[in-house]
Each structure stands twice: as structure tokens, then as C-alpha cells.
Design a protein around this ligand. Structure first.
Ligand code: NAD
Length: 440
């Protein structure tokens, strides 16, 4: 089939490459000419494990091309996937849908062939119906075009495997024809056993925000428990292990720490509350505001513990920050808890040296005033305190004895509960963590 993928960021670039990988003819479209130039040369313009291989193979096969022209896209596609950004509005918790609208406004008037427009971006319930009207108003008379929603659940860091072997596919469709087309697009995945759920567009839109709301709730739940652990001397790691053995609860997404961030969870739960308010059911999901607040509190708690470890002030103290991205295995720093903490301690007068395996360029673009050091030892040189803020596996492999040579103060705050506390302590470090006793 001939597919276009409009918006070639973390989601779209992966989707385009993977759709070509399973045999479709694909045209990737973006307004960012630099990104399109890189992708056309089979270069991935961001960090995503495994994408380089799939992209290289797809471009090499001649099945994947890129353009900045929606006119070309309109001529080419049987199916148009919309994968553009839907960030939070600057002045409200609602989703900013201007990019999605711009795609529709650019594409619809140019459509001449029978096609299906399929949204993958995360959007508020009701968006498909609104866009279907917008398409009808602008598409040339007699053009056979329909709109459907097929939300995306991929995780950065695992995006290729999540696209080629997702937990499930959800198709929000208004007709059997749209359903048939989407089943055909994903036929190799469905044949391999991926569950395919066909439903109406509003449900499909809701599945995505409900899933993210549940995940955010799980994280904030265990972080709230960590706060209680701190007050009682209990250990949140043992608590979550014991809870997780209950299959009704499950161990995943039950790790206490600095909380969630990134370009999805925070803005998605806020957009959900905003949309629920509009629909008059705000009170049904008002708990999500508390989830968001618990999450924000973990960033403040981390700064408070850091200050406490340095005797009450951060001013003029040298602090090494390990991790800038919102989670490991990505270079994405959107709403990164690590960067929020780094910025907060810098505001309190600390000298901050940041290390991250992949996210330094993006971090520097957001917080240019911090010091970025491409080597862990150099970042930690003479540090009064080390903050472990993103759980890259590289940091678990640090030898605390060797690091102590350059960091005589030997103080570390593991805000991700990912380091081996006994190993660090036996090397003479004072290690604190969220939700764990200060001493073993
Ligand atoms: P992104 O910012 O990495 O990519 C968006 C891309 O869209 C950019 O390359 C941008 O240049 C392009 N774009 C913006 N306006 C455009 C326009 N008018 N025409 C063509 N291209 C345009 O964002 P992302 O992380 O890929 O997220 C995209 C959507 O997917 C969001 O709704 C997000 O919530 C959702 N999503 C993201 C992930 C993820 O892990 N990143 C997972 C699931 C869902």
C-alpha cells in the first residue's frame, strides 16, 4: 500500500521506517527541512536504539522516501498517517492541536484520490469527529476521504520493537472500509499475533489517554508511598517488590523515584483533565491533578534532600548531575525531571556539571547556563554531591571506589533507586535515596 507519514519526529520517523520494513511504499513528510534532509540520507536525526538499521534498510530498498511537500503527499497516499506534535498549550493544560489542524488544512484541499486519513498523534476525545468535518469542508467536491484514529503506544528507547510488535493495535473507525484498510496496513503484525481492537474513534482516542493516565497514576502511587516510607523509616523498594508479586498489581511501573516526565505522560494527563472539564465530567478525572502534583513534588523533594545532604544550602556547592534525559535510552529532554532538578539547584546558586550519554545537546539547548561534561569522572571531579537523576545502565556500572578518588566528599543522592546502595556504602559513600532509610 502507499502510505504517507506526516510528522517524522520520535513517533513518525519510526512509524515510517517500520511501515516500509513490513513492505509498504512510504512517503515521510515534515515541515522541518533539516530533518527531512537527514532522513532522506538514511540518517536518524535523534537517538533511538535500532532505528538506524531499519531506516537504512528501508531507504536502501527504495520503499521509503521523504518530502516537505503536502501536495506530493496528497498525490501519493492511499493512507495518510498524522504523527505531528500535540504539546500542551502555553497558557492552559489543554492540548495544542494547531499542528494537526495545519496538516488537515494543508492536505485536504489537495486530495484528489480516494484515501483514508489516520491520526496517530495523542489527541483529546472528539478530535476525529472535528477533523472529519474540517476535511469535508475543504476536500474537493466528490473526493472520497474518511478520517480514523489509530493511537500510538510506543515507548522511546523501545520504539522499533514496539512498532513492529506492539502489545495491541487500536483502530477507531467509522466504517467497515476504514477498518479493512487499517487491517491491511497492519496485516503482517496481526498475522504474527498482535491483538487488533476495532472500535469507534472516540474510544480509540480515549484508550491512549486512559492508558497514560493509568501509568502516571501507578508511578505517582508508589512515589506517594515513598513519601510515607520516608516518614516511617520503611523501605519503598521492599514495599514495591512485595506489592508487585500480586498479579492484580504487577511490578512494572512501580519503581519509586523522581517521577515521570517526557513529551507524553505529563501533557497527556493535563490535556485529559482539560477535555473532561469541557465535557462537564471534570470531577471524574480530577484525581489526575493530584497525580500531577505528587509527580511535581518528587522533583522538589529531591532538591530538598540534596540541600539537606549539604548542610542546608546549595549555594556555591559543586554538584554533579548524572542524567539529563527524561528516562534512559533516549535523547529526549522534554519535561525531564532530571533537568528540572538541575535547573532548580542552579537557581539556588549551585555550580552544576551535567553528564548524559545521549541528551547533552538537547539539554544544552534548553538550559545553556549549566556546565555539560562528556565524561562521568570529569563531571564528578571535586563534587560536593553527586545526583543520580536518570537511570542509564552506564551509571549502574560505575565503580564507586574508583569514582571516590575524584570525589572525596563521597556523597550521592540516588533519585532513581537504581544504584546498588550497599556497594556504594561499602566504598565509603553516603548514599541517600527517595523512600529508603538513610542508613541500612
Ligand atoms: P516530535 O516533536 O518528535 O515530532 C513531531 C514532528 O511533527 C516534528 O518533526 C515536527 O517538525 C513535525 N510537524 C509539526 N507540525 C507539522 C506540520 N504542520 N506538518 C508536518 N510536520 C509537522 O513529537 P513525537 O514525540 O513524535 O510525538 C508526536 C505525537 O505522537 C504526539 O501527539 C505524541 O503525544 C504522540 N506520541 C508520542 C510518543 C513518543 O514516545 N514520542 C508515543 C506515543 C504517542
Amino acid at each position: 500500500m502507499r502510505l504517507t507519514v506526516i510528522g517524522t519526529g520520535y513517533l513518525g520517523a519510526v512509524h515510517a521506517a517500520c511501515m516500509a520494513d513490513i513492505g509498504h511504499e512510504v512517503l515521510g513528510v515534515d515541515i522541518d527541512a533539516e530533518k527531512i534532509a537527514a532522513l532522506s540520507e538514511a540518517r536518524v536525526p535523534f537517538f533511538e536504539p535500532g532505528l538506524q538499521e531499519v531506516l537504512g534498510k528501508a531507504v536502501g530498498s527504495g520503499r521509503l522516501h521523504f518530502t516537505t511537500s503536502l501536495e506530493e503527499a496528497a498525490e501519493f497516499g492511499d493512507v495518510h498517517f498524522i504523527c505531528v506534535s500535540t504539546p500542551q498549550c502555553r497558557d492552559s493544560p489543554a492540548a495544542d492541536l494547531r499542528a494537526v489542524d495545519a496538516v488537515i488544512d494543508g492536505l485536504a484541499p489537495q486530495l484528489r484520490r480516494r484515501c483514508l486519513i489516520v491520526g496517530k498523534s495523542t489527541v483529546p476525545a472528539g478530535t476525529t469527529a472535528r477533523l472529519a468535518m474540517r476535511v469535508r469542508e475543504q476536500a474537493p467536491e466528490g473526493t472520497d476521504v474518511e478520517v480514523a484514529w489509530n493511537p500510538e503506544f510506543l515507548r522511546e528507547g523501545f520504539a522499533v520493537q514496539d512498532t513492529l510488535r506492539p502489545d495491541r493495535l487500536v483502530a477507531g473507525v467509522l466504517s467497515q472500509r476504514a477498518d479493512r484498510i487499517l487491517r491491511e496496513v497492519y496485516a503482517p503484525l496481526v498475522r504474527a499475533g498482535v491483538p487488533y481492537i476495532s472500535t469507534d474513534p472516540a474510544t480509540a482516542e480515549l484508550v491512549k489517554v486512559a492508558a497514560n493516565s493509568f501509568l502516571a497514576t501507578k508511578i505517582s502511587f508508589i512515589n506517594a508511598m515513598a513519601e510515607v516510607c520516608d516518614a516511617t523509616g520503611a523501605d519503598v523498594m521492599s514495599l514495591s517488590e512485595a506489592l508487585g508479586y500480586d498479579p492484580r498489581i504487577g511490578r512494572r511501573f512501580l519503581s519509586a523515584g523522581l517521577g515521570f516526565g517526557g513529551g507524553c505522560l505529563p501533557k497527556d494527563i493535563r490535556a485529559f483533565t482539560a477535555r473532561a472539564d469541557e465535557l462537564g465530567v471534570g470531577s471524574a478525572v480530577s484525581f489526575l491533578r493530584e497525580i500531577d502534583e505528587i509527580n511535581a513534588r518528587q522533583r522538589r523533594r529531591t532538591v530538598d534532600i540534596a540541600r539537606d545532604m549539604l548542610g542546608g544550602t546549595l549555594a556555591a556547592r559543586r554538584i554533579a548531575v548524572l542524567g539529563a534525559t527524561f528516562k534512559p535510552d533516549t535523547d529526549d529532554v522534554r519535561d525531564s525531571p532530571a533537568l528540572a532538578v538541575a535547573a532548580a539547584i542552579h537557581r539556588e546558586g549551585a555550580e552544576v556539571a551535567v553528564h548524559d550519554p545521549e541528551g547533552m545537546d538537547n539539554a544544552r539547548a534548553v538550559l545553556p547556563k549549566l556546565d555539560y561534561v562528556p565524561d562521568v569522572d570529569k563531571a564528578c571531579l571535586g563534587a560536593d554531591l553527586v545526583l543520580h537523576l536518570t537511570e542509564w545502565s552506564d551509571y549502574r556500572r560505575i565503580d564507586p571506589g574508583a569514582l571516590a578518588v575524584v570525589t572525596p566528599a563521597r556523597k550521592i543522592l540516588d533519585a532513581r533507586n537504581a544504584l546498588d546502595a550497599s556497594l556504594w556504602r561499602s566504598a565509603g559513600w553516603t548514599l541517600r535515596a527517595l523512600g529508603r532509610p538513610a542508613q541500612p
